[in-house]
Design a protein around this ligand. Structure first.
Ligand code: AMP
Length: 454
């Protein structure tokens, strides 16, 4: 078995890893670290949760230390570009942890925060800068920062950068960094456009891949409900309140919807039936996003509803369930979404809600990922509840008043005594009513179908 000490890393980095409690390298770390230490360019295809941050950060820290250069004024020696604020924050934190004993300065800049503060903090330069592309270009345009001292350039989650429309920003940045830099390029998937980018950015890169393209994380059990679009909210409420059981014990539930308004609508309706949840998407301010993530991490509000903007950036251990309230139209995105669970060696559960008009998306996902979905039955009384014949809102409310996704940690200590539910069953019932029936609100359906990027 390869050990970190076999890979040629320095003592300070090995000590920092010891403090982190990492005992052995993950496959991508074992493959990438020696090549990066040699100064080679690298193209890494790695699924989420594989340890790729350390794969590029550990050897780079050592190379920066060895080069023994001064921290440059208004510039940086290593630039890491990340697609989302959350991911940038996490990478910067990892860089600080791994480089704790290496004496390197780490900064991060992301959109949605004060530009003036960023300008001030970068005035004296930094060794490692983690940035989202837009904010970095803002500072460059203001002549507050330059990239001419960059020795190592890292592009993380390159495919999501493209999805989020960063292609022009990346082109500009690529013209501003020195040609004789080292480039480390990471993407979870390798569509053609990404391969072209690799050709532009990297010189004869070492290729490392820890999973075949778009293969769904193995430790994730995948389930499927066939349910009409305008009945999804009812199903969601029944599942979260455990009036309809699904596999697995809820710890933290991450729900993906396609649009920002869709996320807000789900949160609002959940709150109307007494289930607290937060939303995270591109219209939320940075403090709102941070608060939502923090409450999710601490399991104070263990239900988070997100657009794809959150599909990559979140590294939170203990996401027990990912619910795809709407299926993504790009199959790769499905892989990223469900990759939010089953992190750090744990198992996870992904449940997809598929409406009639999403069957093609489902087909694409199956084709691309070889995913095997186990179909779950709708609740026995689903039709009655949807049509309002079942328990009325008044009757439902007390049952739903407490979220069944239990808080843990600090929040759990403040919890009131548990309310027992007679119909809580371990496994899902197999014989359910089929999805079907008339839509109660054609308008609502049309509205929720309106797409809007997160
Ligand atoms: P990443 O894919 O970089 O987002 O990492 C996923 C998670 O795995 C993070 O929480 C890391 O802290 C953790 N991790 C990375 N490398 C190792 C390792 N060698 N041993 C144990 N955990 C690790």
């Amino acid at each position: 078995m390869t050990q970190f000490s076999d890979l040629g890393l320095s003592q300070p980095v090995l000590q920092a890893l010891d403090l982190k409690g990492y005992t052995e390298p993950t496959p991508i770390q074992a493959q990438a670290i020696p090549a990066v230490l040699e100064g080679r360019d690298l193209m890494g295809i790695a699924q989420t949760g594989t340890g790729k941050t350390a794969a590029f950060m550990l050897p780079s820290i050592d190379r920066l230390r060895d080069a023994d250069r001064q921290t440059p004024f208004k510039s940086c020696r290593m630039l890491v570009l990340a697609p989302t604020r959350e991911l940038a924050g996490q990478i910067a934190q990892s860089a600080k942890d791994y480089g704790a004993l290496a004496g390197l300065k780490v900064q991060s800049i992301v959109g949605g925060t004060s530009v003036n503060k960023d300008r001030n903090k970068l005035h004296r330069g930094t060794d490692i800068l983690v940035a989202t592309p837009g904010r970095l270009l803002d500072l460059i345009d203001q002549k507050a920062f330059t990239l001419d001292k960059v020795e190592v350039l890292v592009l993380d989650e390159a495919d999501q950068m493209l999805d989020l429309g960063f292609i022009h920003a990346l082109r500009r940045i690529s013209q501003l960094v020195p040609e004789d830099r080292q480039t480390l390029f990471f993407s979870a998937t390798m569509p053609k456009q990404i391969q072209e980018l690799v050709g532009k950015y990297c010189r004869n890169p070492v290729k490392v891949s820890v999973t075949p393209e778009s293969t769904t994380a193995e430790r994730i059990d995948q389930y499927l409900f066939m349910v009409q679009q305008d009945e999804k909210q009812t199903l969601l409420e029944m599942i979260l309140s455990e009036r309809h059981s699904v596999p697995g014990k809820f710890e933290r539930v991450l729900i993906f919807a396609r649009t920002k308004h869709g996320c807000d609508r789900i949160v609002k309706k959940l709150s109307q039936v007494g289930i607290p949840a937060n939303a995270i998407h591109g219209n939320k301010s940075q403090p709102q996003r941070e608060r939502a993530l923090d409450e999710f991490k601490r399991a104070k509000t263990p239900i988070l509803v997100a657009t794809d903007v959150a599909a990559r950036g979140i590294d939170i251990p203990g996401v027990s369930h990912v619910l795809n309230y709407e299926l993504p139209n790009v199959p790769e995105q499905y892989v990223h979404r469900i990759g939010r669970t089953a992190r750090a060696g744990k198992d996870g559960i992904a449940i997809a809600f598929c409406a009639e008009d999403e069957r093609d998306y489902l087909k694409d996902i199956r084709k691309k990922t070889d995913a095997e979905f186990e179909r779950l039955p709708l609740p026995d009384n689903f039709r009655a509840v949807v049509e309002g014949v079942g328990p009325t809102k008044r009757e439902q409310k007390p049952r739903l008043a407490r979220p069944k996704v239990r808080p843990t940690g600090d929040a759990a200590k403040k919890r009131k005594p548990k309310v027992k539910h007679p119909n809580r069953a371990g496994a899902p019932k197999r014989e359910g009513a089929p999805a079907g029936g008339k839509s109660r609100s054609g308008n609502r359906r049309r509205r929720s179908g309106a797409r809007q990027p997160g």
